[in-house]
Write a protein of this length. Structure first.
Length: 292
């Protein structure tokens, strides 16, 4: 059985083909056509799928399923994209358009953070856990929750939006239209407000520059507050951190673990680790939708 996963982002679309043993047979990244050119998106995705097939020496007819990850919220039936700001999609009937483009395949949609959680649970940092969190720290803050050994997408299918938990009363504006969300303090938006990209700022802090050390310490204070709230709610075994900011690695994770320990009173703390699949997690998780 062959399956394709496509991970649509605001800048790039990453795609990959997996075989029945979940080996990656082909992968490719193409440019997202832009929020104003959504009319050509189904064609771009088809070209990408055909290219993956060519790389793997297969024909599209033998691909059984195509999973598509989207950075936004889906309706409970996972047919329409209710909101994906980065892609310019509002109440967008993506499933129907893709089913027309790929009539021979089972097509399914998934939120990109859920896709990453699924992939990390099956093949990466969350492997084998019954309760775990995958949190991506990038342009936004995405969250995926493994509960009882399975992906949990909310009680009514509306999603698990850890990035939009409230962190600061009447705080900074968030992309969702509310204020004070985790995303407004734990994404790159926090660092950009200080006039610098996250990893640049972290490098300066690492070199001992005083102002940057304070800025990074404050970031860790916010992030550990957010994680501590999630921990007392869920008592997870493991929290995997992905996304661009997580590339700072142990320089952030070490102090983060200490802060989280201080802010929770459980005797056993969850493991806090870097995610393992990097930017492949999105397309791998989307491809896993076709498993059964
Ligand atoms: Zn928000």
């Amino acid at each position: 059985m062959l399956r394709i996963g496509l991970d649509i982002g605001g800048t790039f679309i990453k795609g990959g083909m997996l075989d029945h043993e979940l080996h990656i047979l082909a992968e490719k990244t193409v440019a997202f056509p832009g929020a104003k050119r959504l009319d050509i998106l189904p064609g771009v995705l088809e070209d990408l799928a055909v290219n993956l097939c060519r790389q793997a020496g297969k024909s599209l007819e033998v691909v059984q399923s195509i999973g598509v990850g989207v950075p936004g919220s889906l309706d409970p039936a996972s047919e329409r994209v209710l909101n994906a700001h980065n892609l310019g999609m509002t109440d967008y009937p993506l499933l129907a358009l893709l089913q027309d483009q790929f009539p021979l395949q089972q097509v399914r949609l998934i939120n990109d953070a859920n896709a990453a959680a699924l992939a990390e649970h099956r093949l990466g940092a969350l492997r084998g856990c019954r309760t775990g969190l995958m949190i991506t720290l990038g342009t936004g803050v995405g969250g995926g929750l493994i509960l009882g050994g399975e992906l949990f997408n909310g009680g009514m299918g509306q999603g698990v939006e850890l990035g939009h938990m409230r962190l600061v009363h009447q705080g900074e504006d968030c992309t969702c239209g509310n204020r004070g969300c985790v995303e407004a303090y734990c994404s790159s938006a926090y660092f950009l407000r200080t006039g610098m990209e996250p990893l640049e700022r972290v490098e300066l802090a690492r070199s001992g520059e005083p102002e940057s050390m304070v800025i990074v310490d404050r970031y860790l204070d916010y992030l550990s507050d957010a994680l501590a709230s999630m921990i007392v709610l869920l008592d997870p075994e493991i929290i995997a951190l992905g996304g661009g900011i997580s590339k700072a690695g142990e320089f952030l994770f070490g102090p983060l673990r200490q802060l989280v320990d201080q802010k929770t009173f459980f005797r056993i703390s969850p493991r806090i680790e870097g995610a393992l699949l990097g930017n492949k997690a999105g397309f791998i998780g989307a491809a896993l939708l076709g498993r059964d």
